[in-house]
Write a protein that binds this ligand. Structure first.
Ligand SMILES: [Zn+2]
Length: 287
């Protein structure tokens, strides 16, 4: 109900019909008629991006709640039953930054970010990270995750994957989407265990890997072919005809995820065979 008054008309001319304040009723439109439903749609949340904080728990909480960086969830390091839910799932958290995966480039828009309290690189080895170039830390430089954290991650990611119907290969590490800037969640993140024990994320079939290793194909592949195979899986990689630093960063990110015990940052037969096995298994799945 509203009232419309036109006193100015009366003031200007007595020849106008007398218009007084009258009550009118605005129609209330139905804005939620769901009798028809579209087929062309998908969940807005398409990715889960996993991180380590590289800080202790109090500092992690402070940074993620008071600065211009955030995540939807924080897995603490203390032995309690908590997972902190810092940003509602339907709002954007600022955790991904520039980069991309599987054809998407603004992952803050389409992902859930999960931070895990973990030191990342052990203190004596951290200095090299401050250099301009990304350091290729070996596996033993990384800090283990706690068992209780792995169990919390498994429960949370399982729940989110079901709720938002997330494709296995879209459960990724920060390094997978930003290989020239990030190395988290690092070589100790238990991707293989999460897949084999909890059915989380993507992992290759060992038999496929062995078969690709036995084939002669690798020696015949050009750099362009191998880079295309990385692109087919979802990685962003340049199209130079060499394994330059940005390209090796992608190999390192791939190995952090799928071959964390042998981090060479160089393409080799086993790395290639794992990549081929993954593309065989997940190649036809929509991202
Ligand atoms: Zn991160």
């Amino acid at each position: 109900m509203s009232k419309r008054c036109i006193p100015i008309a009366l003031a200007l001319s007595f020849t106008l019909p007398l218009i007084s304040c009258v009550a009118t009723t605005e129609p209330r439109f139905v804005i939620d008629d769901q009798s028809y439903q579209s087929q062309g749609k998908n969940e807005r949340i398409n990715f889960i991006v996993l991180h380590y904080t590289a800080e202790d728990e109090p500092t992690s909480l402070e940074l993620l709640t008071t600065k211009n960086v955030s995540a939807h969830y924080l897995i603490p390091s203390t032995d309690n039953n908590k997972i902190y839910h810092l940003v509602p799932d339907n709002e954007r958290a600022w955790h991904a930054g520039s980069g991309g995966f599987a054809g998407r480039t603004v992952l803050n828009d389409t992902s859930i970010g999960i931070e895990i309290v973990n030191d990342g690189i052990q203190l004596p080895y951290r200095g090299s990270l401050k250099s301009q170039n990304l350091a290729y830390h070996p596996t033993e430089h990384f800090v283990d995750f706690k068992e209780i954290q792995v169990r919390k991650i498994a429960q949370l990611v399982t729940d989110l994957t079901k709720r938002y119907d997330i494709s296995p290969k879209n459960i990724i590490g920060h390094s997978d989407m930003a290989p020239s800037r990030k190395i988290d969640p690092g070589a100790k993140f238990p991707w293989e265990r999460l897949y084999k024990e909890f059915g989380i994320g993507a992992w290759y079939d060992e038999a496929d890997k062995q078969r690709f290793m036995d084939e002669e194909e690798f020696t015949q592949q050009s750099i362009a072919d191998i880079k295309q195979a990385l692109r087919d899986y979802g990685y962003q990689i340049n199209n130079t005809e060499e394994w330059d630093k940005p390209s090796r960063n992608v190999i390192y990110a791939f190995q952090l995820h799928f071959r964390p015990d042998n981090l060479s940052a160089e393409i080799d037969l086993e790395t290639y065979a794992i990549l081929k096995a993954l593309n065989k298994k997940y190649g036809n799945q929509p991202s």
